[in-house]
Write a protein that binds this ligand. Sequence first.
Ligand code: G4P
Length: 537
Amino acid sequence: MNTALKNIDKSLLKEISKRRTFAIISHPDAGKTTLTEKLLLFGGAIQQAGAVKSRKIEKAATSDFLSIEQERGISVSSSVMKFNYRGYEINLLDTPGHKDFSEDTYRVLTAVDCAIMIIDSAKGVEPQTQKLMEVCRMRNTPIITFINKLDREGLEPLEIFNDIEDKLQIECVPLTWPLGMGKRFKGVYNLEKKELGLFSPGYTPKDGGGILITDLSDARLDELIGKSQADQLREDVDLIDGASEPFDLRLYLNGTQTPVFFGSAINNFGVKEMLDSFVKIAPQPGIRPTATRDVDPHEEDFSGFTFKIQANMDPEHRDRIAFFRICSGKFTKGMKVRHHRIGKDIKIANATIFMAQERNNVEEAYPGDIIGIHNHGTIKIGDTFTTKEPLKFLGIPNFAPEHFRRVVLKDPLKAKALQKGLLQLSEEGTIQVFRPLIGNMHIIGAVGVLQFDVTMARLKAEYSVNAVYETIDLAIARWVTCEDEKMLREFTKRNESGLAIDSEDRLIFLTTSEYQLGFTLEKWPQIKFHKTREHNL
Ligand code: G4P
């Protein structure tokens, strides 16, 4: 037994059991903003629809940095949204999407315990969802699926299941089943409770809207939706009961099976059913691996890690907010913790907890909660704070960038400032910086192209650096390792022109295409090429 767990504090146990920390993964336009808003409405965190819509500005296909910054207030406070539902303390972490898709988008997924995946019923699995699922798979994150926009014509449910199973390699188990779609969309049948909720646009479950039919043989069903659709539903349900695998909590929790819900987020429909199941089956904060041992959330000693850093951009105050996920113990205001990377004790007096529309000074927080810690650039992604031993949490990696630029300085006297700025920005996780083995330029890499605009604007504003980008013919990056040192030296010698060093002195291979990568892989079978790299290891 874990010796750190000798006397579990009962109140800690209770607080942890109430916490659910999750993110929504989806492709742009599938309905993430809409669903978020509905969840917050059900949780009483916002009072009316439209409150989250201001985020839409992020969607305006703009790469104009200033307008992004004007919105920063919104994006900071909506990075984490805390709400309460039926006694559960729920932390919803935003996965920035659209043009601001970045490493942050991926890294947020390392700080959650589960995710809700939204699929647009007309589109099936789309590329961004596929990318985000790849990241979820790294930690076997449990996924609940919500198939949205049933009020529009879309693919047949089974077609969507095949698509999900094919592209995402996860087994679908329906927990609700739709009755028609588009103009013929009549409702959703809850396969577990054996209840049919009938759809009306603008459905409000709180007012008891949506007549419930509990017995499919009830003749009222034929009257309400017509005999042919009623018969179709009876047939579908019989078929599902016979053919579909039953929902298996264990398989859901290890990320191999996903329970599926159908609905229409914009009409509130099917959302409450999903949320009710979510709080029941989504896992509470669990054990987190570190480089030395597993950390149980119930341990008395406080620990956690930084997964995101947001610059505040006020030139007068260079403060940043570090988003910190608590992994064990209880946080209390004014608490002293050790910042292990720099070997200093710090007092956290002004941490922030993020509510849907406001930020509050946090008095206490528990595993699963995210707190915001103000600092002046001393905190780096992956940094751990604890009240006891040094720990390095695993699974907070760098992700291989997909876009590259060369930075060309206009004023050569600013070389030092450029270096400092790039280092800071890479520590914050905005971009990654590479120094090729040959030559002395800087190559920067990003997961989303918007990061390049952010970088340039910040270099100018914070470091007075005037630089421009040059495009560079690179598309793929892989960190390379090899157990055989001699072989690695040989590989390095032969591929010098394609290799670079990252900001933590790791060797990375940069190339132009999948084809080129494949060619190199084949030629060097003993060399390992990694798409992700752990921080500080
Ligand atoms: P995102 O954050 O994933 O990008 O998606 P968002 O919620 O913004 O939804 C994208 C579009 O899809 C929005 O329409 C939204 O109203 C619509 N939508 C969301 N859920 C449903 C649904 O259940 N049924 C239907 N028919 N549409 C849905 P828009 O035209 O881009 O914006 P708006 O003018 O409606 O605000």
